[in-house]
Design a protein around this ligand. Structure first.
Ligand SMILES: Nc1ncnc2c1ncn2[C@@H]1O[C@H](COP(=O)(O)OP(=O)(O)OP(=O)(O)O)[C@@H](O)[C@H]1O
Ligand SMILES: [Mg+2]
Length: 320
């Protein structure tokens, strides 16, 4: 299982070399131990660059998320949405050259040690990747996989871990949670596996959940349920949320503001309620124009679930 305890590719290559990490770590307190100061963003990405070989993929990303805030990252396929967060979380292969800064609660994590990054991922930062079936371990029951996160990040074992795993499955709306603990991913539907991934990401009580296309490939009813779930979890846990999507409707549904990316740069940062009247970049305007059913003026964090919300489906592709 690699979504939470990812051990791979933890060491960045490139502009900030391996020996810089320990210096950074000494200069700052451990990122997961520093209390949130109101003036310090939870995550502050500054001038983040990524290249593979000679190819510049990210060309200086600036992006910040406050504690408890819900932001979107929207853009076309290949615009760099996933790479931004993979780079920030130390999940890119060694062939990537990475520059810039990623501050978690004011502490630099770009170049942090592998063990620090592993503790953060699945701890302070929960990550849900797009393809649940691929990210889950096919030969372990979902109960085992959730318990593993509880063991690694909360030191829980035995019966208490089983009870907590059951509670988490309940929390993400999986019916007959106790029985499902012994199910394998192939015995669950796509939507259920997506919920299991969210349960695993929540198991360590993260301060922020990064959800990369969490509803892509799911039918609209299930998609609406997952979005309602994320909204409710945010409300109940005070968790920050980063929703990565190519679908403006999805982002508008759960986020307060969004970054719009195109070709490795952030072309616009805008609040959801201002999208209609204040979008400046032509790319953003095209996105908004492709969402005729757009419902402006609401607070996406507060509004009640309604099935027709998911009918607002504007993709970059159909905006272009
Ligand atoms: N390991 C890699 N080596 C070289 N290039 C890569 C690698 N991983 C990603 N890229 C390139 O980086 C660019 C950005 O990719 P990224 O996955 O961030 O796109 P995205 O915005 O998430 O797109 P999508 O909506 O399709 O998920 C793409 O052009 C991709 O081909
Ligand atoms: Mg992506």
């Amino acid at each position: 299982m690699h979504i939470l305890t990812a051990n791979s590719q933890g060491r960045r290559a490139g502009l900030i070399g391996p020996d810089v990490g320990p210096n950074i770590a000494r200069l700052h307190p451990r990122p997961d131990e520093v209390p949130v100061a109101s003036s310090v963003p939870l995550i502050d990405i500054r001038n983040l660059t990524v290249s593979f070989g000679g190819a510049r993929i990210l060309r200086g990303i600036d992006l910040a998320v406050d504690a408890g805030e819900s932001i979107g990252v929207i853009g076309g396929s290949g615009s760099g949405k996933s790479i931004t967060w993979l780079a920030a979380m130390g999940l890119l292969p060694k062939t990537a050259q990475i520059g810039g800064s990623v501050l978690l609660r004011g502490s630099e994590i770009l170049g942090a040690s592998r063990s620090t990054l592993e503790r953060l991922r699945g701890g302070t930062v929960g990550i849900v990747f797009q393809d649940a079936a691929a990210a889950l371990n096919p030969v372990r029951s979902v109960g085992w996989q959730i318990a593993e996160v509880l063991r690694l990040h909360r030191g829980m074992t035995g019966q208490p871990a089983q009870e907590e795993a059951k509670r988490l499955l309940d929390q993400v709306g999986i019916p007959e949670a106790r029985r499902r603990l012994s199910s394998y991913p192939f015995e669950l539907s796509g939507g259920q596996n997506q919920r299991v991934m969210i349960a695993m990401a929540l198991a360590a009580r993260p301060a922020i959940l990064i959800a990369d296309e969490p509803t892509t490939g799911l039918d609209v009813t299930i998609q609406a349920q997952i979005l309602d779930l994320l909204r409710a979890l945010r409300r109940d846990m005070g968790m920050a949320l980063v929703m990565i999507s190519h679908d403006l409707g999805v982002v508008a549904d759960v986020c307060e503001r969004t970054y719009v990316m195109d070709a490795g740069v952030v072309v616009e940062e805008i609040s959801i309620r201002d999208l209609h009247r204040s979008a400046k970049h032509s790319y953003t305007k095209r996105l908004v124009a492709a969402a005729p059913a757009w419902n402006t003026g609401r607070n996406p964090a507060d509004h009640a679930p309604s099935p027709d919300r998911v009918s607002v489906k504007a993709t970059v592709e159909n905006a272009a």
